[in-house]
Design a protein around this ligand. Structure first.
Ligand SMILES: [Zn+2]
Ligand SMILES: [Zn+2]
Length: 142
């Protein structure tokens, strides 16, 4: 949280109680929430907040790099408070996105034909699959 506040100040972004509350909701959700999910959770404590405010705040956070946007797998943009490099495993059924780290994957080399054209700033592996819970549900529904 302190890092978040420092970072906002550095970037000249005013740290308002509302912005802190939005960041806290993000931090509390380990599931890379969409703006809609954050909004729904925010209305519990901030009944008058609008979706637009939440969405704009999230984009502002992403713009100054305190959070990341995540490749969208099913349409809506998702947000990630983990700004250190990491990889994702994604359930194609429920849309859950979890983080994982793996040194072997980190060490993978980007092909030369790409490094010739791009200055590489990072690479991430995205594993797609069906999580245990969804797998069980599919078995039950059969
Ligand atoms: Zn799932
Ligand atoms: Zn992540």
């Amino acid at each position: 949280m302190e890092r978040f506040i420092d970072r906002c100040r550095q970037e000249g972004l005013k740290v308002t109680p509302q912005r802190i509350a939005i960041y806290q909701v993000l931090m509390g959700s380990r599931n890379h929430p969409s703006a809609d999910t954050v909004y729904r959770e925010m209305t519990g404590t901030h009944p008058t907040i609008s979706f637009d405010t939440v969405n704009r705040t999230l984009l502002t956070f992403a713009g100054i790099g305190v959070i990341n946007t995540v490749e969208s797998y099913s349409g809506s943009r998702r947000f990630d408070t983990e700004t250190e490099p990491h990889h994702h495993v994604h359930c194609v059924k429920c849309g859950r996105i979890s983080d994982f780290n793996d040194l072997e994957i980190d060490a993978l080399k980007v092909p030369e034909r790409i490094t010739r054209e791009f200055d590489i700033i990072g690479h991430r592996m995205v594993v797609s699959g069906i999580c245990t819970e969804c797998g069980k549900k599919m078995m039950r529904d059969k």
